[in-house]
Design a protein around this ligand. Structure first.
Ligand code: NDP
Length: 294
């Protein structure tokens, strides 16, 4: 039987409607409007597109969104000054510096300059440390938080389940493993993390109740990697050449969807899966930041 679809697009639409209501209520009750600042350095086309999507989603939900675009040759000291200005600005509750930054700028120094209370991207080392230790307030990185939210809202609570995460990057695999391990809602899973040195990957992934794939390799996970009944979340997103398509390309994930959806009990597609959730979690973090500040 084909798998049920876990639609990040649908879950995201529901969450954005909930958040828009919360933003309207906050404005009416306290006069506070959550503010998100995005900082873009240079004119990378993909980065411009991502920042544009984030600002549009923020404005649609009633947030104040402020985009700061700086030339590619902006000195590091000037960018640090911009971040410090945003840290001190009471109208801004969330700061996102779009990565990658030009080579002459030390990314770690810029991320570390963001006030952790406004680190809605969750990349500051203090946020990462608090996620690992489970102590203190922090914002979860948006893509892993989106994966957990998708599992919970589709009725697949990871608690007590064996979750296999394929990928150990600092932005997806590792923080996701830490979120799933926490003694907190959305956590309490038994977690295995795989990477390029894992021996016999398929033997490990077949032991999963829930399989989350963040490898960055188009359609690498096939039916052979998945035991019947597994819940599969595909974080991957790729444009691959497709001469049969009008556009000359198609978008796919790290999972061979047509094959795996015949084996899995539930599966998230790509596109329409984790992608929309990432932006939604950024907005959710910004609203939460405004709530805590108010
Ligand atoms: P990275 O390239 O940073 O990490 C990939 C991970 O996969 C690494 O840990 C790597 O292992 C592991 N890996 C690579 N090849 C294999 C293999 N053959 N077998 C087992 N493990 C392997 O990627 P990201 O984490 O940044 O992104 C992963 C995917 O998710 C990409 O497709 C990206 O586009 C997508 N993505 C989607 C987002 C969204 O919003 N939907 C947001 C962020 C990412 P090792 O560490 O040993 O090198």
């Amino acid at each position: 039987m084909p798998a049920k679809i876990i639609s990040g697009r649908d879950i995201s639409t529901t969450m954005r409607a909930e958040l828009a209501e919360e933003v309207a209520a906050m404005k009416a009750d306290t006069g506070v409007v959550p503010g998100l600042a995005t900082v873009l350095v240079g004119a990378d086309a993909a980065s411009e597109m991502y920042v544009g999507m984030k600002n549009k989603a923020a404005s649609t939900m009633g947030l104040n969104s402020r985009q700061i675009t700086l030339p590619a040759d902006t000195p590091e000291a000037e960018l640090l000054g911009v971040v410090e200005g945003l840290n001190a600005d009471p109208e801004i509750h969330g700061i996102l510096v779009q990565l990658p930054l030009p080579d002459h700028i030390d990314e770690a120094r810029i991320i570390e300059a963001i006030d952790p209370a406004k680190d809605v991207d969750g990349f500051h080392p203090i946020s990462a440390g608090r996620l690992m230790t489970g102590s203190g307030a922090f914002f979860s990185p948006c893509t892993p938080a989106g994966v957990v939210e998708m599992l919970l809202r589709s009725g697949h609570d990871p608690s007590g389940q064996h979750v296999v995460v394929v990928g150990r990057s600092n932005i997806v695999g590792q923080p996701l493993a830490n979120l799933l391990l926490r003694k907190a809602p959305g956590g309490n899973a038994t977690v295995t993390v795989c990477h390029s040195r894992t021996r016999d990957l398929a033997a490990v992934t077949r032991t999963a109740d829930i399989l989350v794939v963040a490898i960055g390799r188009p359609e690498m996970i096939t039916a052979d990697h998945v035991a019947p009944g597994t819940v599969v979340i595909d974080v991957g997103t790729h444009r691959v050449d497709d001469p049969d398509s009008e556009r000359g390309y198609r978008v796919c994930g790290d999972v061979l969807f047509d094959e795996v959806s015949e084996v899995a009990s539930a599966i998230s597609p790509s596109p329409g899966g984790v992608g929309p959730m990432t932006i939604t979690m950024l907005l959710a973090n910004t609203v939460e930041s405004a709530r805590s500040a108010g």
